[in-house]
Design a protein around this ligand. Structure first.
Ligand code: GLU
Length: 303
């Protein structure tokens, strides 16, 4: 195992992140990087290429690389360091574990940033071979993509500024401005009339976080796992309310018709949950932002 230093602290980091954002850099974090200094990065034993009837895998084997769609602006989950362009976080580790079982080393993975609103298009159009990015499994999405998992279950929650006392949970949002992301399940949920919130839709979570910081919205809603990462980045300015109001089971997305790949990815997840890699990765990434570890249930369903 290696521990990757997530680079320098303070002003340098802020300046670099600000530059990346100003230049329209896709990493566009809320202004800095994962708190805690170090994010775990594991080395996973690369298996020999599985002999399965998967069109996606065959294409990747010919190209000698596997293309994985991920998030870039979610600290501790899927985060692209603006200084090094390296991705880190729990979802990145899950992607590496799966790639290893499919016969690809870390060097053979090409990570591509894919935000929530274009996931289905990128997966079904073959732009990515599989996708690991806080992707909730649901019936609507299953019409377009295949899923392996769930490998983790989050819940929609609220991120507010630290001094906000009026937002205490989803029942206190009447008339409040709440930001979320196009194509995300928490946005669909918060638009329901029962909450009475005024919603703002943006393309990146980090932009919603900026809006809470500058006071232009009252709250951000998305999965608690994501929000805790942002709160850990700015503990003096932001807090997570802590009243999850949905269930968000995370799956690995891939081509709907590639059953062989789906089974192989499911087996890879089960394998790394059983051999301890999963827990180690969890504790070294997501666990650092305060999300408690619970072992996922195995065997995983075969969709
Ligand atoms: N898990 C939710 C979803 O898949 C929210 C997080 C995200 O946008 O990735 O829509």
């Amino acid at each position: 195992m290696r521990i990757r230093k997530t680079a320098a602290a303070g002003a340098v980091v802020l300046a670099l992140a600000a530059t990346a954002t100003a230049c329209g850099g896709e990493s566009g974090s809320a202004g800095d990087k994962p708190a805690g200094g170090e994010v775990y990065s594991g080395d996973y034993k690369v298996a020999s290429a599985p002999k399965i009837d998967s069109a996606v895998l065959k294409k990747a084997q010919q190209a000698k690389k596997i293309v994985v769609g991920v998030k870039a602006d979610q600290p501790f989950l899927g985060f692209k360091d603006p200084a090094t362009n390296k991705y880190s976080g729990f979802d990145i580790e899950i992607a590496k574990m799966i790639a290893a079982d499919l016969g690809f080393s870390e060097k053979q993975i090409e990570f591509q940033t894919v935000d929530s609103n274009v996931r289905e298009t990128k997966i079904s159009g073959g732009a990515v071979d599989f996708y690991v990015g806080t992707y909730t499994i649901n019936d609507e999405r299953k019409k377009q993509v295949g899923f392996a998992g769930p490998y983790y279950t989050a819940g929609a929650d609220l991120l507010v500024s630290k001094d906000n006392k009026s937002i205490t949970g989803p029942d206190s949002l009447r008339g409040k401005k709440v930001c979320s992301i196009t194509g995300s399940t928490p946005l669909q949920e918060i638009k329901k009339s029962k909450y009475g919130a005024k919603t703002t839709e943006l393309g990146k979570y980090s932009d919603c976080v900026k809006n809470v910081l500058d006071g232009s919205v009252d709250a951000v809603t998305t999965d608690d796992a994501i929000l805790k990462g942002y709160a850990a980045q700015r503990p003096t300015k932001l807090r997570v309310v802590g009243k999850p109001f949905t269930k968000e089971p995370y799956g690995v997305g891939m081509n709907k018709d590639d059953k062989a790949l789906r089974n192989a990815v499911t087996s890879a997840l089960e394998n790394h949950i059983k051999n301890g890699d999963y827990q180690k990765a969890y504790e070294g990434t997501l666990g650092k932002s305060g999300s408690k570890y619970t072992a996922p249930q195995t065997p995983l369903p075969r969709y």
